[in-house]
Design a protein around this ligand. Structure first.
Ligand SMILES: CC(C)(COP(=O)(O)OP(=O)(O)OC[C@H]1O[C@@H](n2cnc3c(N)ncnc32)[C@H](O)[C@@H]1OP(=O)(O)O)[C@@H](O)C(=O)NCCC(=O)NCCSC(=O)CC(=O)O
Length: 511
């Protein structure tokens, strides 16, 4: 059974439809709604006006006279030619259009409670480690953890529970087998697709790239066909799930009908535990948690859950500061880790801006595009340079749901501010960060699962997935729900009744 909508939170659609209070806001609301209806249905409005004008002009004529005049002008051969031409044009258009691509189903790894890393455990664990000796650094880490948006239920791999952490290849492989196979088992359990029906496998994992690669590990475990194609993406950070989706989409648009791609998105943490003292490199120990998601994509819509529409990638690696934002390197003592720059949040904001400049025109309705164009024109005409504010398009007119990479509280704050979203609209991201932590590339799928587990996804709803990652990249994917979920199972099954939870205000510490 799908849980009912919380009385405290409403969906973005409900939020937008809420009746405004005062008469001025009511008038503004009506004006905006009428503007949107007219501009977004411009063709229909013109057609209706034209038909009305014709009818008005033909008013003195009787129906019989009108039919007679039409017969005199339009011959059967004209009608036949027009019908053949229309059918041929429609066929040509269909042939030239790339094939539609669908997300058939997805599944996420749900960690068992034995993997939990509550704050008290982290604190005790870190005090037992031989590396972090400064009490000052320990309290800094705890403060950061408490303010990061991460909750008490997030999970780390077995390797992190050891003192000292087990950073061996074997530990990483064990973690990979656990999270990847659980996610793939889940996606197969949720569809009628069988492993032997998979034609292409794409696995993305940034840090851990064993030989043979993780894609081969999946092929071996599920005994996929000998002619299966495989791709393994590494080093592409937290935005790699959407990169994999983009790659699958490109393949499926030219592949024979019925082709299926299995995508696995994960980050394997075991070998990555940073044991030095550099704070920028300690940050990933605080933020990253275990997770994985598997997806089946196809160019056949049979049984599919979502249709993919636009995908836009923005790669800012040409700018040195962006390139070094998420950087794997050795510290002064030779300890390897990922350095997260203090500029990351600002860089994410800038890259998002470039991304929406490219993405917006494809997804926004005409009413929003017109307002952007008018504000650009105003700036030009007034020669005001940067002084006249550009209109910020309202992406809530294009999407009902937002899945923003749960990179950290700062990242979600920045996107919420940049896009002007309400707390309800970023709820899925904040709750995912709270319950599962930063699970890297798979986080957007946990967010999609949250929206579905809350019973908010309906047929026709549009979803915007936004991810950020090393490079530095900002990627966007638009999806449209073609079938709502049969159940609310998935990674949230055992805890959704407790969500949304009240989060500490930014800057507040708990202990
Ligand atoms: C970590 C935070 C929750 C902390 O927020 P706070 O509200 O506590 O305030 P704050 O920003 O002033 O930070 C608190 C303390 O941490 C320090 N601090 C913050 N960021 C730091 C960094 N990158 N390196 C070193 N120190 C850092 C500050 O100097 C300050 O220290 P002092 O207390 O001494 O003054 C937030 O800044 C945040 O969410 N940042 C973004 C996290 C991030 O980079 N996520 C992306 C992960 S990468 C990813 O997801 C993509 C990928 O891997 O590809």
């Amino acid at each position: 059974m799908r849980p009912s909508k919380s009385p405290l939170t409403h969906t973005s659609a409900q939020h937008r439809m809420a009746a405004p209070g005062s008469s001025t806001t009511k008038a503004k609301y009506l004006l905006k709604a009428s503007y949107q209806v007219v501009v977004n249905n411009f063709h229909a409005v013109v057609a209706v006006a034209f038909a009305a004008a014709v009818l008005w002009a033909a008013q003195p004529l009787s129906l019989h006279d009108l039919a007679g005049r039409l017969r005199a002008v339009v011959r059967p051969v004209h009608v036949l030619t027009a019908a053949i031409l229309t059918a041929a044009l429609a066929k040509l258009r269909r042939m030239r259009r790339p094939r539609d691509v669908y997300l058939v189903e997805y599944g996420c790894f749900r960690p068992r409670p034995c993997f939990r890393a509550p704050f008290a455990t982290c604190l005790e664990h870190v005090r037992l480690l031989p590396y972090l000796v400064q009490e000052e650094d320990i309290s800094w880490g705890l403060r950061l953890l408490q303010r990061s948006g991460i909750g008490e239920e997030t999970c780390v791999p077995y390797a992190y529970h050891y003192v000292p952490p087990d950073r061996s290849l074997e530990a990483s492989r064990d973690e990979a087998e656990l999270v990847v196979f659980s996610a793939v088992d889940e996606v197969f359990a949720r569809t009628t697709v069988r492993p032997e029906e998979i034609d292409v496998v794409i696995v993305n994992c940034s840090i851990f790239t064993p030989t043979p690669v993780l894609a081969d590990m999946v092929i071996s475990r599920y005994e996929l066909r000998h002619d299966v194609r495989s791709v393994n993406l590494s080093g592409m950070g937290c935005s790699a799930a959407l990169i994999s989706i983009g790659l699958a989409k490109n393949i499926l648009q030219v592949a024979p009908p019925g082709t299926r791609v299995l995508i696995v998105s994960t980050e394997i943490l075991s070998s990555q535990y940073y044991v030095g003292m550099d704070r920028s490199m300690l940050l990933p120990n605080c933020l990253f948690r275990m997770g994985a998601a598997a997806m089946i994509l196809s160019n056949s819509g049979q049984g599919a859950r979502f249709r993919l529409s636009r995908m836009v990638r923005t790669v800012a690696a040409a700018r040195d500061a962006s390139y070094r934002c998420v950087f794997q390197e050795e510290d002064d003592q030779g300890n390897t880790g990922i350095r997260l720059s203090k500029d990351l949040v600002a860089t994410a904001g800038q890259t998002l801006k470039s991304n929406i400049v490219a993405f917006g025109p494809h997804v926004l309705p005409a009413s929003e595009k017109l307002l952007v164009a008018l504000s650009l024109l105003k700036r030009r005409l007034l020669h005001s340079g940067g002084r006249a504010r550009l209109y910020r398009p309202d992406f809530r007119t294009a999407f009902e749901h937002f899945c923003i990479h749960a990179g950290g509280r700062g990242v979600i704050d920045e996107v919420q501010r940049g896009l002007g979203l309400s707390d309800d609209e970023v709820e899925a991201s904040r709750m995912t960060l709270h319950r599962f932590g930063n699970t890297s590339s798979s986080s957007v799928l946990y967010e999609l699962a949250y929206i579905e587990a809350r019973g908010r996804m309906s047929k026709g709803d549009r979803v915007w997935m936004i991810s950020f990652g090393a490079g530095f990249e900002c990627n966007s994917v638009a999806l449209e729900c073609v079938r709502s979920p049969a159940d609310a199972d998935g990674p949230w099954a055992d805890c959704i009744h407790r969500f949304p939870v009240q989060l500490p205000k930014s800057g507040e510490t708990i202990i």
